[in-house]
Write a protein that binds this ligand. Structure first.
Ligand code: HEC
Ligand code: HEC
Ligand code: HEC
Length: 355
C-alpha cells in the first residue's frame, strides 16, 4: 500500500515538473503572445472582469467618503480633473470615443455602465489604486484621498447630466483673448481666466509671484501633494510657468465675499496668545508693513479652500515651499478648533484686498 502511494506521488511530481518546464520553455522561447491586437478570449475577459470585481469589493470594505458626495464644489473639482486626467482614455458625454484607447487590451471602457454597477467606495478604490497590467493608472498623490473622492462625486453625476451639463461643469467662460496660450489651454478651465477660481478652485489673482512660482515647482516635484495639480505643473516649460504666474499675479484682486465674524477677525489679527497661536496677518497680511514675498495672501481667498488647506496641514500632509515649516508650527502644535478654522477662513474670504 505504502509503495503504491509513493509510486503515485512520484508520477504526480514528474508530471508537475514537466508542466513547469514546458511553461518555462513557452515563456523563454517567446511563444506566449503579449499582443494587444488580438484582444482577450471571451473566457479570459470574463475571468479577469470577475477577479477584478471580487478584488475591488473585498478591498473597499469599510471605506467611507469624508464629505457629502453631493457637495457641488467637490463635483466641480472632480469634473475639472476628469477632463484632463480621464477623458483622454474613457471619453466624455456627447463626445466621440477617443481612438487609441480602443486599441488597448483591455479597452478603456466608456464608464456609464461601471458607474451604475459599482458603489462609490468601489469607484474610489479603482481610481485611488488603478488596475495592474491594464493601463488604468493609480492616483498620483497617495495622501490626497480627498481628491479621489471629488472624482467619485463627479462620476456619480456624469451619466445623467449629458453633454451640456458636462461642458458647464468643466469649462467656465472663455479666458480673455490676451491671456497667454498656456492659461487658455491648461489653467483657465479651473482657475478661470480672471484667476478667481470659478467658485470652487483657489484664487490666484493678485497672489504673490514668488509664492505661485514656488507652489508650481513643489507640485511638479510632488513635494506638495496634489494628483490634480502635479501632472499640470510638471507639464509646464519654464517659459509657460513664467507666463502663467505673471498673468495671474497681475489680475485684479478678488472682491471680498460674505461677512466675516468678530471671532474670525480677532483670530486673524491677534491669534490666541493663551494657546500660543500667532496672528495670521503677521505673515499673511493685510497689514501696513510689507509682507514676505514667499508667503501667500489669504485676503479674498475661497473659504472652503482655506479650510481644506488647514485640514491638510493638521493631518501633516500639506507640503509646500521653503517657508512651509513656519506654517506647520502654527498648526501642528496648537491646533485650531474646527469652529475657529471656519471663522478665520470666512474672515479672510470677506476681505477684498491687501492695502
Ligand atoms: C491611460 C488610460 C487611462 C486613464 C488615464 C484612466 N483610465 Fe480608467 N481604465 C483604463 C483601462 C484600460 C481600464 C480597463 C481595465 C479593465 O478592464 O480591467 C480602466 C478601467 C477603469 C474603471 C473600471 C471600469 C470597470 O468596468 O471595471 C474605472 C471606474 C475607471 N477606469 C475610471 C477612471 C477615472 C475616473 C480616471 C481618471 C481619474 C481614469 N479611469 C483614468 C484606462 C485609463
Ligand atoms: C483640473 C483643474 C485645475 C487646472 C486645469 C489647474 N489647476 Fe491649479 N489647482 C487646482 C486645485 C484643485 C488646486 C488645489 C490643490 C491642492 O489641494 O493643493 C490648485 C492649486 C493651484 C495653485 C496653488 C494655489 C495656492 O494658493 O496655493 C497654483 C499656483 C495653481 N493651482 C496654478 C495653476 C496653473 C498655473 C494652472 C495651469 C497650468 C493650473 N493651476 C491648472 C485645480 C486646477
Ligand atoms: C510665521 C508665519 C506664518 C503665520 C504666523 C501663519 N502662516 Fe499660514 N502660511 C505661512 C507660509 C509660509 C505658508 C505657505 C507655505 C507654502 O505653501 O510654501 C502658509 C500657508 C497657509 C495657508 C495655505 C494658503 C494657500 O494658498 O494654499 C493657509 C490657509 C494658512 N497659511 C493659514 C494661516 C492661518 C489661518 C494662520 C493664523 C492662525 C496662519 N496661516 C499663520 C506662514 C505663516
Amino acid at each position: 500500500m505504502k509503495r503504491f502511494v509513493l509510486a503515485w506521488l512520484f508520477r504526480a511530481a514528474v508530471i508537475l515538473g514537466l508542466v513547469a518546464v514546458g511553461g518555462a520553455l513557452t515563456v523563454v522561447l517567446g511563444i506566449v503572445p503579449i499582443k494587444a491586437s488580438s484582444g482577450h478570449f471571451r473566457l479570459t475577459r470574463w475571468f479577469l472582469h470577475f477577479a477584478k470585481q471580487q478584488s475591488v469589493k473585498t478591498h473597499s470594505m469599510r471605506i467611507e467618503p469624508p464629505f457629502s458626495l453631493d457637495d457641488p464644489r467637490q463635483i466641480q473639482i472632480g469634473a475639472g480633473h476628469y477632463e484632463g486626467g480621464c477623458r483622454p482614455c474613457h471619453g466624455a458625454p456627447g463626445q466621440p470615443a477617443p481612438v487609441l484607447p480602443q486599441f488597448m487590451t483591455p479597452k478603456a471602457p466608456e464608464l456609464s455602465h461601471a458607474i451604475e454597477h459599482y458603489e462609490p467606495r468601489h469607484l474610489f478604490y479603482l481610481v485611488r489604486h488603478g488596475i495592474k497590467l491594464t493601463g488604468m493608472p493609480a492616483w498620483p498623490a497617495s495622501d490626497r484621498e480627498d481628491e479621489v473622492w471629488a472624482v467619485v462625486a463627479f462620476l456619480r453625476k456624469m451619466p445623467a447630466g449629458g453633454e451640456a451639463r458636462y461642458r458647464e461643469l468643466v469649462f467656465g467662460e472663455d479666458a480673455p483673448t490676451d491671456a497667454p496660450a498656456v492659461v487658455k489651454r491648461s489653467c483657465a478651465r479651473c482657475h478661470g481666466g480672471d484667476g478667481l477660481g470659478r467658485g470652487a478652485f483657489p484664487r490666484l489673482a493678485a497672489q504673490r509671484e514668488e509664492y505661485l512660482r514656488s507652489s508650481l515647482e513643489v507640485y511638479a516635484r510632488g513635494e506638495r501633494q496634489s494628483g490634480i495639480m502635479r501632472p499640470l505643473a510638471a507639464s509646464l516649460s519654464p517659459a509657460e510657468l513664467d507666463a502663467a504666474v505673471r498673468w495671474y499675479t497681475a489680475r485684479p484682486a478678488p472682491p471680498g465675499r460674505g461677512a466675516g465674524s468678530e471671532e474670525g477677525r480677532k483670530l486673524a489679527e491677534q491669534g490666541v496668545p493663551a494657546r500660543k497661536i500667532p496672528a495670521c496677518i503677521g505673515c499673511h497680511g493685510p497689514r501696513p508693513e510689507a509682507i514676505h514675498r514667499g508667503y501667500p495672501r489669504l485676503a479674498g481667498q475661497l473659504p472652503a479652500y482655506v479650510e481644506q488647506q488647514l485640514e491638510l496641514f493638521r493631518k501633516g500632509v500639506r507640503g509646500g515651499g521653503k517657508y512651509v515649516d513656519l506654517m506647520r508650527e502654527v498648526v501642528d502644535d496648537h491646533m485650531l478648533t474646527p469652529e475657529e478654522v471656519r471663522a478665520v477662513a470666512q474672515h479672510f474670504g470677506s476681505l477684498s484686498t491687501d492695502p
